[in-house]
Ligand binder design. Structure first.
Ligand code: FE2
Ligand code: FE2
Length: 254
């Protein structure tokens, strides 16, 4: 069995609150038997170099840590500080082979915008990397959910142009699931006939329609654990991590 932990939306902003949450989550993950840790975007809150310096420290692990950017990330500093690469501005797409599975970390961001789109180059790249390993189970990962989740605030800034992605996924039956973040809510649905699993937010949790406010800052940070069995059946567990000593009450609201 292969276990991938997925966290998302750290929004590291130079302050202690977001950093403590991300450190708390990583502390728990580093003590577990995992194969890799996936971070599906909004790693920094403003895309500042100092935020990526902190992210690089916090995301250090004994496991491989695979990342993709979100709408709060900025490609130049993300590449230069977090990845240690030249600060080019094209999409940041990376493919990894972890414990016998392909993990495609795609860039769904549109610079300067909050909504998402997989551009032509990214879709072509994804098709190529999936074509190269037709027998290997694959996870397709990015920041923006490519379907409405029935939460108006996030549905307005979801990933659009999703029919093109559906066409790519349809050509590759080895795609086990599609993993995303951005919505700050643990959710499960389908896309192109595959599971579409949304990681909860580390920094905050989106409220449901009818609940007070837009964002719940008191809810504890959450993580998705994706367990892939030898028969390629996927099971996902969601967990939250309270701050020690809070007795389930979560953080204070800021
Ligand atoms: Fe976010
Ligand atoms: Fe986002």
């Amino acid at each position: 069995m292969i276990v991938l932990a997925q966290l998302s939306d750290l929004h590291l902003d130079g302050g202690d609150r977001a950093a403590e949450r991300a450190e708390r989550v990583m502390g728990h993950l580093n003590a577990l038997p995992l194969d890799a840790i996936l971070v599906t975007g909004d790693i920094a809150d403003h895309g500042e170099p100092a935020e990526y310096t902190r992210a690089r420290e916090i995301l250090t692990s004994r496991f491989p840590v695979l990342v993709c950017p979100g709408n709060h990330d900025v490609r130049g500093p993300y590449r230069e500080v977090l990845l240690g690469e030249p600060p080019e501005t094209g999409p940041v797409n990376r493919v990894h082979k972890i414990a016998g599975v392909v993990v495609a970390m795609c860039d769904s961001t549109v610079p300067g915008e909050d909504h998402g789109l997989l551009d032509k180059d990214t879709l072509g790249w994804l098709d190529t990397v999936l074509t190269a390993e037709p027998e290997t189970p694959a996870f397709v990962c990015f920041h923006h959910p490519p379907v409405p989740l029935h939460i108006p605030y996030v549905d307005e800034i979801r990933q659009f142009g999703e029919d093109r992605l559906a066409d790519v996924v349809a050509r590759h039956p080895q795609v086990v699931a599609i993993l995303c973040g951005h919505a700050h809510t643990a959710a499960a649905t389908t896309f192109a006939g595959r599971p579409l699993l949304v990681a909860p937010g580390v920094v905050s949790t989106l409220t449901l329609p009818g609940q007070k406010g837009v964002v719940d800052y008191a809810a504890p940070p959450g993580v998705a654990f994706h367990a892939l069995a030898e028969d390629r059946r996927l099971t996902t567990h969601y967990r939250t991590f309270e701050r020690p000593g809070t007795d389930g009450r979560g953080d204070s609201v800021l």
